[in-house]
Design a protein around this ligand. Structure first.
Ligand code: HSE
Length: 315
């Protein structure tokens, strides 16, 4: 029986000023998928661990199977497969949980079938997983989870995904309060039009962030990590958000913001030690508000999802 396991990392979408167009991957945590080829055409989810029974098991509703079905359709294959999903990422956290399951599934099936598609070519199939998870096929989680590092989605029509040649010495603190916020819901609250003034501010910041990342210029990165589009509305879902930003900056963060659609918050730093200090300080702020929170500290990941070594052919 042919089987394989793959891991896909959590991601921080938006990175403050890049709503739906920028994201980066972290080393950990992430989701794991085990696939076993079948000798018929059935694609099925056989088990999910770590979701407290919350995720759909039906193949046409689960992110891992939806991504695989889209991929098989694109390459004209009728291969059947059993999917075992190990969720390490909390649901509705803003850490790219649905993206990671879809991406791990795609990297595994692509490997099992001899890598007919490149990582870039897998992006649209992972976006189908996002569409099924939250009704919007955004790519700012799936693209960095697939490619690693910072990834810019310059356009969606046609899709133009570019890996940013960013400074490698960047560290991320992710602090996840134990609240669940569905991406679908935190998209619904957003305004559908943006003023000219806010467009100018946001454009300046995204351009500054791109330059800061590639130069690299850490002070410019810090000055550019600002969002005038989604954050002012979504911050209301995160108790103490504005206080936490000040605490994070005082503790050494270059910048601080909402990870994806929240409620997880993130900070970028120049060193691992600073990321640790920031994570503890922000975690403490959540605790002061009677919210327990998990903290994850990691370097910005450069390689994205991977096949777990020696998992090929495991029973
Ligand atoms: N760009 C998306 C949003 C990311 O902010 O809604 C969701 O994780």
């Amino acid at each position: 029986m042919k089987s394989i396991r793959a891991f896909a990392p959590a991601t921080v979408a938006n990175v403050c000023c890049g709503f739906d167009i920028l994201g980066f991957a972290v080393d950990h945590p992430g989701d794991e998928v085990k696939l076993t080829l079948r000798d018929d055409e059935l694609v099925q989810v056989v088990s999910i661990e770590g979701d407290n029974g919350k995720l759909p098991r039906e193949a046409e509703k689960n992110t891992a199977s939806v991504a695989i079905l889209s991929f098989l359709n694109a390459i004209g294959s009728k291969q059947g497969v059993d999917i075992e999903l190990k969720k390490n990422l909390p649901l509705g956290s803003g850490m790219g949980s649905s993206a990671a399951s879809g991406v791990a599934a795609l990297v595994a099936i692509n490997e099992l079938l001899g890598n007919p598609l490149t990582r870039e070519q897998l992006v649209p199939h992972a976006m189908e997983a996002e569409r099924i998870a939250c009704g919007s096929a955004h790519a700012d989680n799936v693209a960095p989870s697939l490619l690693g590092g910072f990834v810019l989605v310059r356009d969606y029509h046609p899709l133009d995904v570019i890996k940013v040649n960013a400074a490698e010495n960047l560290f991320c603190a992710l602090i996840h309060p134990h609240l669940e916020l569905k991406t679908e819901d935190s998209r619904k609250v957003l305004r559908h039009s943006v003023s000219l003034k806010d467009t100018i501010t946001q454009s300046g910041n995204i351009a500054g962030l791109m330059l800061g990342l590639t130069k690299p210029d850490y002070s410019l990165i810090g000055r550019s990590l600002k969002d005038v589009i989604a954050e002012p509305i979504r911050a209301a879902f995160i108790p103490g958000f504005d206080v936490m930003r000040n605490v994070a900056i005082e503790a050494g963060a270059l910048g601080f913001g909402i990870s994806g659609s929240g409620p997880t918050v993130f900070a970028l730093t120049e060193t691992f030690e600073k990321a640790n200090t920031v994570a503890k300080a922000v975690q403490h702020e959540f605790e002061k508000r009677q919210l327990s929170a998990d903290a994850f500290v990691s370097q910005v990941n450069q390689h994205g999802a991977y096949v777990i070594p020696h998992s090929k052919g495991e029973g």
